[in-house]
Design a protein around this ligand. Structure first.
Ligand code: DIG
Ligand code: MN
Ligand code: MN
Length: 390
């Protein structure tokens, strides 16, 4: 039995804004004191985390002077060194300040778009100084409440112009960033542009430097959209565009809850961990979640511990599932190919393969009656998760 003690090799990371969340919500004031970035680094290091991520203003106030900025960053860098922590990802806060109330990269106003690009460049400079190699773009304010307020084709064009400009900036500065777009369908805007992984992947294909752009899917965001998160991540993985991932928990049909990882859909979390581990995903396991408003300071670190423990426990259940002979027997039988047709479809169109497909003949009615044992397969999966198998 493992201790489920996180190791640096697990690559667990947390945003400063996660364990630093003070519990304020639209209907209630903060319930916890400020947790400083230095203390976050120290406490997460003690719990076994690999690193922390940040928005520019999680660390440096928007109105800080250059001297204040440098002092804050130097103190933070000392803490990272003292506690052996890294900063794998950085991002820009383009959603909190009123200037962005009607969007940043997709704002109608070229002055706002230009300021959003400038702020992002300064934030990219900060991220590079801290060693970040992934840069996330979450367009929390890119959207509408009033359809008449935007020409959506122009909004997408504006967004593309800013992304193309910033790709060039990263190249010009030699930062080597991998850009990761983070989709969300709504909240805080009524409708947010690039709402899902699929729409983000389509948008990336239209960028000048699409090769350096991928996605940062979040469990809660595809779930809010009513979609299967594992399928969204699988599509990103399959096309080499899973550059980062935001792990958390979410009930469907609710506001963005950002719960502790696996707090809600346990089977969905299991198949997500299975997908990532079976695929050999070597990126960060980043928790973009926050403690419940009910929690005190102790509860904050219970939250962080729970995120990592649940991932490690589910990783162990994946190994049990993958080694279970009855489960694997059913799964392996699903792709039986007595007529050797899979290689024909993989090889693609040719005279020989055309003839094979053209001449294909079988008893469709009888074949359609075959049972697939999914009832047994899913029950066995449930029993693995309930701990009575393996
Ligand atoms: C919210 O899901 C967003 C912001 O917290 C941040 O920009 C991004 C980082 O993963 N996720
Ligand atoms: Mn979220
Ligand atoms: Mn997120």
């Amino acid at each position: 039995m493992s201790s489920y003690q996180p190791q640096k090799s697990d690559k667990f990371t947390f945003g400063l804004w996660t364990v630093g969340n003070r519990g304020r919500d639209p209907f209630g004031d903060s319930v916890r004191d400020v947790v400083t970035p230095v203390r976050i680094v120290k406490e997460l290091s003690k719990l076994g985390a690999y690193g922390v991520n940040l928005h520019d203003n999680d660390l440096v106030p928007i109105d800080a002077t250059p001297a204040e900025r440098d002092a804050i960053v130097n103190e933070f860098k000392r803490a990272l060194s003292d506690y052996g922590m890294t900063v794998p990802m950085a991002t820009t806060n383009l959603f909190f300040d009123p200037i962005f109330k009607d969007g940043a990269f997709s704002s109608n106003d070229p002055l706002v778009r230009s300021y959003a690009v400038q702020k992002t460049m300064r934030s990219m400079d900060l991220g590079a100084e801290l060693g970040a190699k992934v840069y996330v773009f979450w367009g929390g304010r890119e959207g509408t409440e009033v359809d008449a307020s935007k020409r959506p084709m122009d909004s997408i064009k504006y967004f593309r112009e800013c992304m193309d400009f910033l790709c060039e900036y990263s190249i010009d500065k030699g930062y080597g960033y991998k850009f990761a777009l983070e989709p969300k369908p709504n909240e805080p805007r009524s409708d947010i542009f690039l709402p899902t992984v699929g729409s983000a992947l389509a948008f990336i294909a239209t960028l000048k430097h699409s090769e350096m752009c991928g996605v940062n899917p979040e469990v809660a965001h595809e779930t809010i959209a009513g979609l299967n998160f594992v399928h969204a991540v699988a599509q990103a993985l399959e096309c080499g565009k899973l550059f980062h991932i935001d792990l958390n928990g979410q009930k469907m049909g609710r506001y963005d809850q950002d719960f502790r990882f696996a707090q809600e859909d346990l089977k969905g979390a299991f198949f997500l961990v299975k997908l990532l581990e079976d695929a050999g995903y070597d990126g960060m396991r980043h928790f973009d979640a926050h403690p419940l408003r009910t929690e005190d300071d102790n509860g904050v670190w219970d939250f962080a511990t729970g995120c990592m423990r649940s991932y490690l426990i589910l990783k162990e259940k994946v190994a049990v599932f993958n080694a279970d002979p009855e489960i694997q027997g059913i799964i392996n039988g699903l792709t039986n190919d007595p007529n050797n047709l899979a290689p024909v479809l993989t090889a693609g169109y040719s005279a020989a393969n055309l003839a094979t497909i053209d001449l294909l003949s079988f008893d469709r009615v009888e074949y359609g009656k075959r049972g697939l044992s999914y009832e047994k397969l899913d029950q066995l999966t449930t029993e693995v998760l309930l701990g009575i198998r393996g």
